[in-house]
Design a binder for this molecule. Structure first.
Ligand code: SF4
Ligand code: SF4
Length: 423
């Protein structure tokens, strides 16, 4: 095991290989507050990459209803439980947040790599603590869709009269959209006995070499997010490839510019923002104040990693759902949850403008600029003043091409009365 630095945990940790970081890293933010669970992303991915024989259970992009849903079923609860068994009562955060090196404080528990050393299963020690889901657990990709959790039961045929109020709803669920996180310390890669899994130096995308893979499924067992899939017809494992031909600018629609993935581009709810992040030598992010991902993750801190305590340093970030039980969210996204929700619920001028970039163009936005506009609205959000300005945000691709220009207020077009029935 090597000692590597994991900035999401605010400390060094064990990893089976030395740290090696790409020049730039594929990363994304999903805003859970906007997801409507329509599964357009899921079908965009399936119809592009996993429509062939043997790929029936491969859902590289899936959207599950939390807390009960999950694909494979209970993937997160099972891994959390294994970690708890390996380190009873100690899976907790401490320390104080510091910029870049430890923005959420310090995780004092055990990661899947550290727990593997102490939790010896029937087949001996693994490189990462995990489990192999059963066929039954893989069989239903959207089990428990729209199932809420809560004390008060509904009455069939009647609206719930009690209503729900922020900051936390008593009865709740939310949609969690997921793809492979193209982790900085991938557990799938660490566990592969064939060295078939690699991380591309040019963009950090994690791929499985189909020539080398022999289908041992060690990656499936080790990935805490369960984002590799076994294909019986080829006897190999497959996974999300981050639509790398599009990232490479080979999709003709992009005219040579790097494009976002199919699931991101098709998202109806505009919940997704994708980027390529430049890294320092120690794996922390190079300061890029006007890169939208850098701003949302490191400056505004409204987007948080999914289960950072697993230790793989996932490159998928989430703006947490603001109506959901806080202890549940802290377990899922770490200790930054309360501040993130507070900021998102009454966004300042810059945050509100940057949030308009989600889903606006298929080309990757590298930098933004804001042109100030007039004040249009003022109110109070749970005791805090909220002022809205109709600013214009402009997004640029890496080569400086202007790709987005949009205002905070959506333009409203009123149809002329004489054309009231026109379409
Ligand atoms: S999410 Fe899983 S499959 Fe994807 S890179 Fe991380 S460990 Fe590997
Ligand atoms: S397309 Fe967007 S809104 Fe629809 S389920 Fe997927 S992530 Fe959610």
């Amino acid at each position: 095991m090597s000692n590597v630095f994991n900035w999401q945990l605010g400390r060094e940790m064990d990893y089976p290989y030395d740290a090696a970081f790409p020049d730039q890293q594929f990363a994304f933010i999903f805003n859970t507050n906007r997801c409507i669970g329509c599964q357009t992303c899921t079908m965009a991915c399936k119809s592009t990459w996993t429509f062939s024989k043997g790929q029936e259970y491969a859902w590289w992009n899936n959207v599950e209803t939390k807390p009960y849903g999950g694909y494979p079923h209970h993937w997160d609860v099972k891994t959390l439980d294994l970690l708890e068994q390996a380190s009873p009562g100690n899976q907790v955060w401490g320390g104080t947040p510091e910029d870049l090196k430890a923005p959420y404080g310090k995780f004092n528990g055990k990661t899947v790599f550290e727990a593997a050393k102490t939790y010896i299963g029937p087949e001996g020690a693994n490189r990462a603590l995990g489990y192999l889901p059963t066929d039954e657990e893989w069989s239903a990709p959207n089990r428990y869709e729209d199932h809420p959790v809560g004390n008060e039961k509904g009455v069939k045929g009647q609206y719930f009269k009690g209503g729900e109020l922020l900051p936390e709803h008593k009865t709740w669920f939310f949609y969690l959209a997921r793809i492979c996180n193209h982790c900085s310390y991938p557990a799938c890669l660490a566990a592969c006995p064939r060295n078939a899994i690699y991380k591309r130096p040019e963009d950090g995308i994690v791929l499985i070499d189909q020539e080398r893979c022999r289908g041992y499924r060690k990656c499936m067992e080790a990935c805490p997010y369960k984002k590799t899939y076994y294909r019986g017809t080829t006897r190999t494992s497959e996974k999300c490839i981050a639509c790398y031909p599009r990232i490479e600018g080979k999709d003709q629609a992009g005219h040579g510019l790097p494009m976002i993935t199919r699931c991101m581009a098709s998202c109806i709810g505009h919940i997704r923002l994708q980027g390529l992040i430049e890294l320092n030598k120690d794996g922390t992010w190079k300061e890029a104040r006007n890169n939208p991902l850098y701003y949302l993750i490191h400056v505004a801190k409204v987007a948080l990693p999914l289960y950072p305590q697993f230790g793989t340093e996932p490159n998928g970030y989430y703006i947490p759902p603001r109506w959901v039980s806080r202890p549940y969210l802290r377990q899922m996204f770490g200790p930054g949850v309360d501040d993130a929700i507070e900021k998102y619920s009454a966004p300042d001028r810059e945050l509100l403008a940057v949030l308009q970039l989600f889903g606006k163009d298929q080309r990757i936005c590298h930098r933004y600029e804001i042109k100030e506009g007039p004040k249009v609205f003022e109110t109070e959000v749970r005791g805090k003043k909220f002022v809205m300005y109709n600013d214009t945000i402009i997004g640029y691709a890496k080569d400086g091409t202007k790709i987005i220009e949009t205002t905070v207020e959506e333009p409203l077009h009123v149809r002329d009365a004489k054309h009231a029935n026109s379409i």
